[in-house]
Design a protein around this ligand. Structure first.
Ligand SMILES: [Zn+2]
Length: 278
């Protein structure tokens, strides 16, 4: 497997060949779905996990017939279709793949899109343990194997920080708590929902946590005792932003502001936000 190209803290890689499986670790292959986007990097990673009863497919990605053909072509018997969370770039192909393979869709029971079978925190499936990790999405799960491999979905990605939407789907406090929990597992490798694998997950998460606290602090410092409009705060918190990412920045900012409110540091007014206290 080609080594990830380290530019800044982000882990980059060349555009993959869509439809071609890559051996990542023993018994685990990756096929990248053809849905590249500013929010998905080269596309969604579909993980094929070989185990005693066949192949478990984690995150079928988009409902793209060529991608589903590629998955079926190399999987042999598909034993399970599992999704890490309900977001469309992970879930949309699940139903079609499950129909082809005649197996149920397994997922955590909450979220706007439902599976056929519930995967609760602590459940064992295809040799992996389910860990509920809300923050990016309320139903997000990671899957931990006994060999130190953790499928991290969009909870931890190497190519970018994770978008944490405001409640009810996301929550910064939940996200940080979930990050600390997966960090404490001391896994040797994370296999994410987008981009290349993460080889030093413990220190990688350390950096992610630092960045989140820095940003929270920065936004707290932008607030004044005068109410400022949300869009002005966004311009100051995310200057020089690519226009395509404005909606993501606005979601993230709302999440940070709500976290500051929860911590007693920010007050929401009808016209905007201001600093709490004197
Ligand atoms: Zn995703």
């Amino acid at each position: 497997m080609k080594a990830a190209l380290q530019t800044d803290w982000r882990l980059r890689e060349e555009t993959p060949i869509y439809g071609k499986p890559m051996d990542v670790v023993d018994g685990i292959r990756r096929i990248v779905a053809p849905n590249p986007h500013s929010m998905t990097y080269h596309g969604t990673n579909t993980w094929l996990i070989t185990h005693a009863a066949g192949t478990a497919v984690v995150d079928p990605g988009t409902d793209d017939p060529a991608h589903l053909d590629a998955i079926c072509g190399v999987s042999g018997t598909i034993s399970h279709v599992i999704v890490t969370h309900w977001h469309h770039d992970h879930f949309d192909g699940a139903r079609a793949l499950a129909l082809r393979a005649n197996v149920p869709v397994f997922k955590f029971p909450s979220g706007p899109l439902k599976g056929d079978k519930d995967l609760l925190h602590g459940t064992e499936i295809a040799g992996m343990q389910v860990i509920h990790t809300p923050g990016h999405a309320e139903d997000h799960i990671c899957l931990e194997r006994p060999d130190g491999v953790l499928l991290s979905g969009d909870h931890v990605m190497g190519w970018s920080t994770t978008l944490v939407p405001p409640p009810p789907d996301g929550d910064l406090g939940d996200y940080i708590e979930s990050l600390e929990r997966v960090q404490a597992l001391n896994a040797r490798i994370f296999l994410p929902g987008h981009g290349p694998e993460i080889l030093k997950p413990y220190s990688f998460i350390e950096q992610l946590l630092e960045k989140r606290y820095e940003k929270l602090h920065q936004i707290e410092n932008i607030l004044t005792h005068e109410v400022q409009e949300f869009s002005n705060i966004c311009n100051r918190a995310y200057p020089k932003l690519n226009k395509k990412l404005r909606f993501a920045a606005e979601m993230m900012l709302e999440t940070y502001l709500l976290e500051l409110k929860k911590r007693g540091k920010a007050i929401q007014e009808p016209t905007g936000w201001k600093r709490a206290g004197y």
